[in-house]
Design a binder for this molecule. Structure first.
Ligand code: PEP
Ligand code: MG
Length: 754
């Protein structure tokens, strides 16, 4: 084995000096390949850059014919260089021409070189190019030489990403890093947004690559590792974490990696090769990301994600970069994240946000609901999008099709600008329906209501002309506050909400926190299954003070006028009665305090836990109205987590068994003469809304943007014909036909706009 002459550290120092010299880009590159060849005693050193057309262009060489620079190209996967780029793995060969992938390029004059060592040039796991050294003799490159070349590649990756090479690349092409990318996700919230990427969890940018003092860097690394381990241990030992949970599992795997000797050793080796501690983390992280992008096994992928997160933590400690707090957003910000909770989304300045793109998530997850509620375009399940985005990249989010375009071409941007104009037209068309009552062609009036939760989304009521607010999710206020809202704050919010409905009805749902609706200042125990855990009504009954305060605030806000309160997650009648008693007691107390009790005061129950379906005849007489929460009801009926994209879409919510369950509730409400509303996401989708109308529902509550399309559908609908067709289908229809199919047939027959 031959060892490099000057060693990697000397090379890095020389590279740093070269970077600082006032040279033209090509000259600088030529000098860099000369230095690498010299330092590694290689006959050849060549550097290829991946272009946006998938070709690897020779950018500089020492030892091959210079004429071939910017002329020779290899496709991804073609030749040894193409292979390294495609697999993002180093390749070391004693006899390169014998390798089956070897592709001979006569113009380069590379025939006499036998031994070959090539490494990918990676950034954030993306391959940007390939760096190669070759020798005439059949030499075996040692592991430390591979390391040295990988280290050098880290610096070249930085050069590629700072627009240094723009002028060098063959005219008409661009480097791959800035290639437009398209992702096929799932639309969570309709609309089209054009804007700039803001990474929710921004990568720490390493600027200082070359170490002056290796020992000092190792010391820094070890200090940072120690700090990180302590902080993970602290989190694991905190009271909340004593119970098994997803969060605990993540931390456990963090801890495992944080103590992983192999990882620490790789980091130290990278420092040994002359990098600073943070550059070493970045280098090792690059390999992890490259593996992550190739990994299809979901479990291993998650673990690699964990390791990536951990490396980011370590980088933050090393660079003192606290992350995103107080970041300035551009005016057209589009958040890009692996995933986030609804509270995290609400922490951003909403006046500047246009959209949100997630790698994970599901349409009925609360973050998606919040996005819809505040009018953000949202797309989820855009696999691996975070690693190809940089802050400030142009991005288009199409919430209708679920497509996301990163760094779109000007043509595509123009097309989308057209679509935006078109959707503005559609909005104008729906706005024109504003004052038209939603009455079917056979004269049945349908009540259309908004789902809401923040004052910011209430002004939409004026635009849509809807009949009121069918669901005001009061927990959103709790989620955006930094501390528990006091009674005074709550009274103010509810009073203002009532004022903004301008005499139309509004239904306040009592606190539905817990599950994924995390309230940051309320310490709760981590749970294995938060959706089925200590949430909503259960939490409210265990914390009577919290419930009482909210009830008092609502009673006061009504100021003697009408008040509708909706109790979430009712699992059995007794539970509902307990809350009803609290409310009635508080209402009775008002008179004694010289305040006016609401008139009328109506208390409703949400039907979203399957258990109450078997007690409807006991529950309904106790209620003034009921409201179906299809998001939770379908989740619990199908045992499929509404927030888990792998299962949430597997079950059609209007398939026979679910539709039958919904019909049972509708029929029970009719028997007991109680108003019934659908307030889950189903009501806002035209075909699903049609199913609801078909089984007898006439009150639908939905996100504001759905009112127009649903109203348009209703205006063309012959409801009696629909009901007759559906009745016939449900009693003796063909079992092989789905409800969805039959509804599409009916919609076509009735020429409905869906
Ligand atoms: C539901 O479960 O359908 C519902 C309306 O409540 P949330 O989505 O807030 O859980
Ligand atoms: Mg619910």
């Amino acid at each position: 084995m031959v060892t490099a002459i000057g060693g990697p550290r000397i090379l890095l120092r020389q590279l740093r000096e070269t970077m600082a010299e006032p040279l033209a880009s090509q000259e600088r590159l030529d000098k860099i390949v000369d230095l690498i060849a010299d330092n590694m005693r290689a006959d050849v050193c060549s550097f290829y850059v991946l272009r946006d057309d998938g070709a690897l262009e020779l950018f500089a060489t020492h030892g091959l014919k210079r004429d071939a620079v910017h002329l020779t190209t290899l496709r991804l996967g073609e030749g040894l260089v193409g292979l390294i780029a495609a697999e993002a793995e180093p390749l070391s060969l004693q006899n390169a021409p014998e390798h089956p992938a070897f592709a001979y390029r006569p113009e380069t004059g590379e025939d006499p070189f036998f031994s070959f060592l090539g490494v990918p040039v990676l950034r954030a796991g993306q391959t940007l190019g390939v760096l190669v050294v070759q020798n005439q003799d059949r030499r075996i490159y040692g592991e430390d030489e591979t390391e040295a070349l990988l280290t050098t590649a880290t610096i070249l990756a930085e050069m590629i990403s700072t627009a240094d090479f723009d002028a060098l690349i063959t005219p008409g092409s661009d480097i791959d890093l800035r290639r437009p990318r398209m992702f096929e996700g799932v639309g969570f919230s309709e609309g089209i947004a054009l804007g700039q990427v803001v990474l929710h969890d921004p990568r720490v940018v390493v600027t200082n690559f070359v170490a002056d003092d290796t020992d000092a860097e190792k010391e820094r690394l070890n200090e940072a590792l120690k700090k990180m381990r302590v902080s993970i241990d602290d989190m694991l030992n905190s009271g909340d974490m004593q119970i098994p949970s997803d969060h605990r599992e993540i931390l456990e795997s963090y801890r495992m990696f944080a103590h992983d000797r192999g990882w620490a050793r790789r980091l130290e080796e990278a420092i040994d090769s002359g990098l600073t501690a943070e550059a070493a983390v970045e280098r090792v992280q690059n390999d992890t990301r490259a593996r992550m992008l190739r990994q299809t096994d979901p479990y291993l992928r998650d673990r690699l994600h964990d390791l990536d997160d951990l490396a980011n933590r370590l980088l933050r400690i090393l660079t003192g970069d606290g992350g995103d707090s107080g970041r300035d957003l551009p005016d057209n910000a589009i958040l890009v994240a692996r995933n986030m909770g609804p509270a995290e989304l609400l922490e951003y300045d909403r006046t500047k946000l246009r959209g949100v793109v997630l790698e994970e998530g599901a349409a009925t997850a609360h973050v998606a609901i919040v996005a819809r509620s505040v009018g953000l375009v949202a797309v989820g399940q855009a696999d691996s999008i975070v690693s190809v985005c940089e802050n400030g990249d142009d991005i288009i989010v199409d919430g209708f099709s679920g497509q996301v375009h990163v760094r779109p071409s000007p043509d595509l941007e123009a097309t989308y600008a057209d679509k935006v104009r078109l959707s503005a037209k559609r909005r104008a068309h729906y706005a024109a329906l504003r004052d038209k009552p939603a009455i079917t062609t056979d004269g049945e009036p349908i009540t259309l209501l908004h789902n809401s939760g923040l004052l910011a989304d209430m002004d939409a009521l004026k635009e849509t002309g809807a009949d009121g607010i069918g669901l005001f999710r009061t927990e959103l206020q709790f989620m955006i506050a930094s501390k528990m809202p006091r009674i005074k704050d709550q009274v103010e919010l509810y009073t203002e909400a009532i004022r903004r409905t301008e005499g139309k009805p509004i239904v306040f749902r009592l606190l539905d926190i817990g599950g994924d609706k995390v309230v940051p200042y309320m310490r709760s125990m981590a749970e294995e299954n938060p959706a089925m855990g200590w949430r909503s009504l259960r939490l409210a009954l265990d914390r009577p003070g919290l419930l009482r305060t909210q009830v008092r605030a609502l009673l006061q806000a009504a100021n003697g006028g009408p008040l509708n309160m909706l109790v979430p997650m009712v699992t059995e009648t007794v539970e509902f009665l307990k809350v009803k008693r609290v409310i009635e007691r508080e209402a009775a107390r008002m008179g004694k305090l010289g305040m006016l009790a609401p008139n009328p005061l109506k208390i409703g129950a949400m039907i979203e836990v399957p258990s109450v379906l078997f007690e409807l005849d006991e529950l309904l007489p106790e209620t003034d109205f009921v409201s179906i929460g299809s998001n939770d009801l379908i989740q619990f009926l199908t045992a499929a987590d509404r927030a888990n994209p792998r299962v949430a879409r597997n079950y059609d919510p209007i398939a026979r068994p679910r539709l039958r369950a919904l019909k049972q509730i509708v029929d029970a409400a009719a028997r007991h003469n109680k108003p019934i509303t659908m307030c889950g996401e189903l009501a806002g989708r035209p075909l699903e809304a049609l199913a609801l109308l078909a089984i007898g529902m006439t009150r639908l509550s939905m996100g504001a943007s759905s009112i127009g399309p649903i109203k348009e559908m209703i205006l063309g609908l012959d409801l009696n014909a629909l009901r007759a067709d559906m009745e016939a289908f449900l009693t003796h229809g063909d079992r092989a036909t789905t409800v969805r199919e039959i509804l599409m047939e009916i919609a076509e027959r009735q020429r409905l706009s869906l």
